[in-house]
Write a protein that binds this ligand. Structure first.
Ligand code: ATP
Length: 712
């Protein structure tokens, strides 16, 4: 940690008049972060920025954290800015003295509204009044005011706040980030993903004036060996991340940090809480059943149907108040009044308060037959009146995380599941347990039959979960020294799974991580926000390719022949989490129906048939593609799930450039559109790091498969 390197640059711009931390400090931090690819520099910069706030103006830390993470409240509160793009254009015209034409010219050239604001501010030749330096608190309060202003006349009130922010923004950079903040797209993803690390380190080194909690001396830390330092950072990071995974609200976390610093007590003060959603545990992907059996060798596991619905976390307190949250922590109690009404009936004797998790699936109310995900999406999203429900659902419960005031996350899955099944009451076709089969890797035939039965009733595949914390079966391996090639066995020779893929010998490349943690990592505890091998997904369409990718459509060409009226091919991108840019990964021409093409052209319209919508003429600066000149650039806003044959090294595409080869990126062979992921925002699209991981996995399996891509 180099505390001297970045502080001077930040310190210069840190305080505004009156001693409140200036917005210039945050802007400077954003500029430094977006100007580097170095993870170390990004973390250092953020740590320094947070330290300045802790020591100099602790009351600005919480608003600063919200602004830096590009939000004003947690996802489960419905605070939205509700600003249209026109409010920003109006403000820019008024503040910078531009007319429609000149603003449009800048917009067409640059694409990103923040870059437009930067450029427009440079052209500003006069000021209407003396600008008042923006402070972090002031900007945050303005955003909250925008979000809270509703009803008649609210448009004008919001407009005045936006105008004032842009008038007071000093110079191009402050204007750029104010506008990006207003558009809710900061385009520096690294800040969001690094915030918890920055908080944990900053609170190890700094405390607010008057606070008494212990901190570490930066000089002493500098003397530590690398491993010792990693341990100190690691422990602090673990505590802060564990809190945020259980209680993802900065409004609660930051004040407690300011009061007690980094301490185990944080988890008590800011842990699992009723009516605040925890971040769900996630499953790791496996290629096929064979790989799954190999990974879980020597352990008892539960195979469960992987239903195709919507994940739901249901919280109920002792008074019977119910909250239901989505996979992405949005509140959806209003969407499922039928589930709310079900809660009193499923509570068995002695059940007081609880948090359960399950999959909500559309079903035929008479037979219980499962309907597909599409049917469920036809259900209204909000304010559903119980009498008007036309799509019935069943909750297939799979976990119990909290019971009668006690978190159960540290209990084994077998214990949690036993409690779920013994303390709650099934209601046919409305509330039941996921169908499951307990097995070990010796039971490959039974597992295959179970997998087939899941597919037969329209499930997506199976989820496989470790049942107990300690291996209860004979375990002959040695955790530390045994070479992996010996400890990993293929499924039995007569296994029917052989045709679905062979057991993969673990190569040296995988060894360092796998070797140390393979068995130890497989705990049966509920690990919020983690994707571990203790939960595995086996999907029906994985046997030939790996995963699907969630990509963002970013550009297109005019179609030829039959497709002349539409966009085809379409260019898709992954998300670089570090830089915030979108890196092109492939062009796609397959999997689309004519109806899809038509709707797509209406949505991304260059004005040839209808109003121009959602497009840019010039490449937006945050999109990386050097392989040609698309006819139109899309405003990135959708996520499409895409299948593909394999991943190739590409001189043309910039996705994951530098991650597997210095000067080449990765591309997809035979990409095929599967479906729109309306449930995902672009910040949840697949990352370049994930793509690189898939490529490494592919290479480990078939070293000869890599080749230069030339077909696209
Ligand atoms: P992820 O949720 O893992 O990030 P994703 O959104 O693409 O990825 P999937 O890969 O389809 O989702 O798989 C995970 C989802 O499967 C869960 O979030 C949950 O909604 C659903 N699911 C269905 N049945 C089960 C089950 N028995 N146990 C756990 N999850 C299940």
């Amino acid at each position: 940690f180099d505390s001297s390197k970045y502080i001077p640059q930040l310190r210069e711009s840190w305080a505004a008049e009156g001693g409140d931390a200036s917005y210039a400090l945050l802007t400077r931090c954003f500029v430094l972060v977006s100007g580097t690819q170095s993870r170390i520099k990004i973390v250092d910069t953020l740590v320094n920025c947070v330290r300045l706030l802790i020591e100099g103006d602790p009351s600005s830390l919480l608003p600063g954290v919200w602004l830096a993470t590009n939000a004003i409240s947690p996802p489960y509160t419905s605070m939205e800015l509700g600003l249209g793009g026109s409010a920003i254009s109006k403000a820019l015209k008024q503040v910078c003295g531009l007319d429609n034409r000149s603003l449009k010219a800048i917009y067409d050239k640059l694409g990103d509204p923040g870059d437009v604001a930067f450029e427009a501010k440079k052209k500003q030749s006069f000021t209407l009044r003396k600008p008042k330096p923006l402070t972090i608190k002031g900007v945050f309060q303005s955003l909250v005011k925008i979000a809270k202003t509703q009803g008649q006349g609210s448009g004008d009130v919001k407009q005045r706040i936006v105008d004032k922010l842009l008038q007071d923004a000093r110079g191009g950079e402050e204007s750029r980030y104010i506008v990006r903040t207003l558009c809710q797209h900061l385009r520096i993803g690294a800040v969001k993903t690094t915030m918890l690390i920055a908080l944990s380190r900053a609170f190890l080194l700094s405390r607010p004036p008057g606070a008494e909690f212990p901190i570490r001396d930066a000089q002493d830390l500098a003397k530590l060996r690398k491993e010792e330092l990693a341990e100190v950072w690691g422990r602090a990071e673990e505590i802060v991340k564990a809190c945020f995974a259980r209680h993802p609200d900065y409004n609660d976390l930051v004040p407690v940090l300011l009061e007690i610093g980094i301490s185990d007590e944080l988890l008590v003060r800011c842990g699992l809480t009723l009516h605040i959603p925890l971040r769900p545990m996630l499953g790791s992907i496996t290629r096929d059943l064979s790989e799954m059996l190999t990974k879980l060798q020597g352990r008892a596991f539960a195979c469960e149907y992987k239903y195709d619905g919507q994940r739901a976390q249901i919280h109920c307190d002792a008074k019977g108040t119910v909250s239901i949250f989505s996979r992405h922590l949005e509140l959806m109690t209003d969407k499922y009044p039928d589930l709310v009404a079900l809660v009193p009936k499923i509570r068995g004797e002695g059940v007081d308060s609880f948090i359960i998790e399950g999959e909500v699936v559309a079903v035929d109310p008479a037979t219980g037959e499962l309907k597909n995900f599409q049917t469920l999406t036809n259900r209204a999203r909000k304010d559903v009146a119980i009498g008007s429900i036309s799509i019935d659902v069943c909750l297939f419960a799979f976990d119990l995380m909290y019971l009668n005031g006690q978190p159960l996350l540290d209990r084994s899955f077998r214990e949690r599941r036993d409690m779920l099944r013994s303390l709650f009451v099934e209601i046919p076709h409305n509330f039941t347990w996921v169908k499951s089969l307990d097995a070990t890797s010796q039971d490959s035939e039974a597992v295959l039959e179970f997998f087939k039965s899941a597919i037969n009733i329209k499930c997506e595949g199976i989820m496989v979960k470790i049942l107990d914390n300690l291996p209860e079966l004979d375990y002959q391996g040695d955790d530390t020294e045994q070479p992996l090639e010996k400890s990993v066995e293929a499924p039995p020779k007569n296994s029917k799974l052989k045709g679905k893929g062979k057991a993969t010998p673990v190569t040296d490349k995988d060894a360092p991580i796998e070797k140390k943690s393979r068995r130890k990592a497989l705990l049966a505890t509920y690990e919020p926000d983690k994707r571990l091998d203790s939960w595995l997904k086996v999907k029906k369409d994985y046997n030939s390719s790996f995963e699907t990718l969630d990509l963002i459509p970013v550009a297109a060409w005019h179609g030829q022949g039959r497709k002349a009226k539409w966009w085809s091919p379409i260019l898709l991108a992954v998300r670089n989490e570090e830089t915030g840019s979108l890196e092109a990964v492939c062009k796609c021409i397959s999997g689309f129906t004519d109806a899809f093409y038509k709707a797509n052209k209406e949505f991304y319209n260059d004005g040839e048939d209808g109003e121009p919508k959602n497009i840019h003429i010039q490449k937006p600066s945050f999109v990386e593609y050097t392989g040609g000149h698309p006819d139109v650039w899309f405003e990135p806003q959708e996520v499409w799930e895409m299948a593909f044959a394999d991943i190739t090294i590409s001189p043309t595409y910039t996705a994951a450039i530098g991650l597997v080869q210095e000067d080449k990126g990765l591309s997809l062979r035979f990409p095929r559109f599967i479906k729109k992921r309306d449930d995902k925002g672009i910040e949840e699209a697949s990352t370049s790091e994930f793509l690189a991981q898939l490529w490494r996995k592919q290479e480990a399996k078939t070293p000869a498969a890599a080749g230069n891509d030339s077909w696209v």
